[in-house]
Write a protein that binds this ligand. Structure first.
Ligand SMILES: [Zn+2]
Length: 485
């Protein structure tokens, strides 16, 4: 599936790294300008108004709106999408049998692999190709795929995101420092500037692949020079910057007003670290290119599901842990019903928020459900991030595994990390991994990112089929750990 814009985009991506810096700035600004008139054009403004009008709507009204959207969406999928026509018929179901979120359990959960294998059968026959817009989904190399949607759907994604930004007082003309871009600055460039400007989108786009300890000082001096009031991007990148400022005993030299992060595995102490360094609490947002679900943090620090945007289900995994399964109500071209987002969240029973927003409250977004290691005895052990909750002198951690029973822990330390921390860290690990699996702790200066610039918590090359059952760290142990931290 290609269209003119996609072909242009390919040419742009190939040519961009070879342009001189001034032209790269111009190219980025042109893309920013184009996004401004398409994704954030007139339709976007109307959608944003509608979303904002619903900020404090009654939860019942919002559920009703979502269920109405869901019913219409299922009918549309049944009538115009070959995959869903077959699926409903095979199950002897009709879309009218499903009217609520709970009813969706009648249908199977959809895996990314199925969508990739049978991509064409997921495309609606009723949307003409001129209305389709192609986007590339997230994922590691090889697991990403191209998905067709509409410009209206993309505008709605921007609208729900901007509702959240505006909750915190960020305006459309606010200058932002954007952290986490892996392609803005070609990897072969060895000297600063490690950033580019998108003048139309009002962004300083910082590279996520040049963040060595040596280079971070250039990032800081650029921030000092331009003083963007808003820092936005990958949590791990902003944590890195905060750690650098602590390590070098310097400050940013100006007041940041907003820090917003897109969800990654984010250790709770890193939120505190960012707040301590920049003086503002970072706000979190969970979204994805596929538009299956959207979760936004309110001013009281609670995460709310944006209920009218997608039909989001939380399927129990273990204890208070749930996996995110979504239905992309905004995309009529490629309806994906009950799509496994491969992310997990924690939901604490009785957790509510007094801000007045109608969306369900999530305690935390915990990242990828593949984040586990396999012990020698065959146990799959997940939620290992909890091991590091009490270590405020650790800047980044990554767990790597390529052989069952052998686990490598990479740790990037702050200069305040002591011998006692080292001893405590090893003790903590041996407390939970004691079946004879071999664990090595390695202190490193840098931890490798994914091609998308993300810091992955667990990097495993094991075949998921090799492990028997999934086992999270026991809840009692987690409470104990959290209390101590
Ligand atoms: Zn709230």
């Amino acid at each position: 599936m290609t269209d003119t814009l996609t072909r242009l985009k390919t040419i742009y991506e190939r040519a961009y790294p070879h342009l001189p810096i001034a032209l790269q700035n111009a190219a980025l600004s042109t893309v920013g300008w184009h996004n401004g008139i398409t994704c954030r054009g007139r339709g976007f403004a109307r959608l944003l108004d509608e979303y904002e009008a619903r900020t404090f709507a009654d939860p019942g009204d919002i559920q009703e709106l979502r269920n109405a959207r869901l019913s219409a969406f299922l009918l549309h999928a049944y009538e115009t999408v070959p995959y869903y026509r077959d699926l409903f018929d095979d199950l002897a179901l009709h879309p009218s049998d499903i009217t609520t979120l709970d009813d969706l359990a009648e249908l199977p959960i959809l895996s990314k692999a199925t969508v990739r294998e049978r991509q064409r059968s997921f495309v609606s026959t009723s949307i003409p190709s001129r209305r389709r817009k192609l986007i590339t989904t997230g994922g590691t190399t090889g697991s990403a795929f191209i998905l067709a949607t509409t410009i209206e759907a993309v505008q709605e994604q921007w609208a729900v995101a901007w509702r959240y930004f505006r909750w915190h007082g960020i305006g459309p003309k606010t200058w932002a420092a954007l952290f986490g871009n892996p392609v803005a600055v070609p990897i072969r460039q060895k000297e600063p500037p490690f950033w580019r400007y998108d003048l139309a989108g009002r962004q300083i786009v910082f590279s996520s692949v040049h963040t060595s300890t040596d280079n971070l000082r250039y990032y800081v001096s650029e921030l000092r020079k331009r003083k963007p009031p808003w820092i936005h991007g990958l949590a791990s990148q902003i944590t890195l910057l905060a750690s650098h400022l602590i390590d070098t005993k310097t400050d940013l030299g100006y007041e940041t007003r907003w820090i917003t992060t897109s969800s990654e595995n984010f250790l709770p102490q890193h939120k505190d670290l960012i707040e301590k360094v920049f003086g503002v609490r970072p706000r979190e947002h969970y979204a994805m290119v596929e538009a299956m679900a959207n979760i936004s943090e309110c001013e009281l620090g609670k995460l709310h599901v944006d209920e009218e945007f997608g039909a989001v289900e939380f399927v129990p995994v273990n204890g208070s842990k749930y996996k995110v399964v979504g239905t992309n109500l905004t995309n009529p071209v490629t309806p994906l019903i009950r799509y496994d987002c491969h992310d997990q969240v924690t939901i604490t029973p009785g957790d509510t928020c007094s801000c007045g927003r109608p969306g369900r409250v999530i305690s935390s977004i915990d990242g990828r459900q593949e984040d586990y290691v396999v012990l020698k005895d065959g146990t799959r052990l997940g939620r290992l991030e909890h091991l590091f909750y009490s270590f405020t002198t650790v800047s980044e951690v990554q767990i790597r595994q390529s052989t069952i029973g052998e686990i490598q822990v990479l740790v990037r330390r702050l200069t305040s990390f002591t011998k006692d921390d080292d001893r405590r860290l090893r003790q903590e690990i041996s407390k939970w991994i004691r079946d004879g699996s071999r664990v090595t702790v390695e202190y490193v200066d840098e931890i490798e990112r994914t091609p998308g610039g993300k810091l992955r918590f667990v990097v495993s090359s094991l075949d998921p089929e090799e492990a028997a059952g999934y086992e999270a760290m026991p809840q009692v142990a987690l409470d104990e750990l959290t209390q101590r931290s």
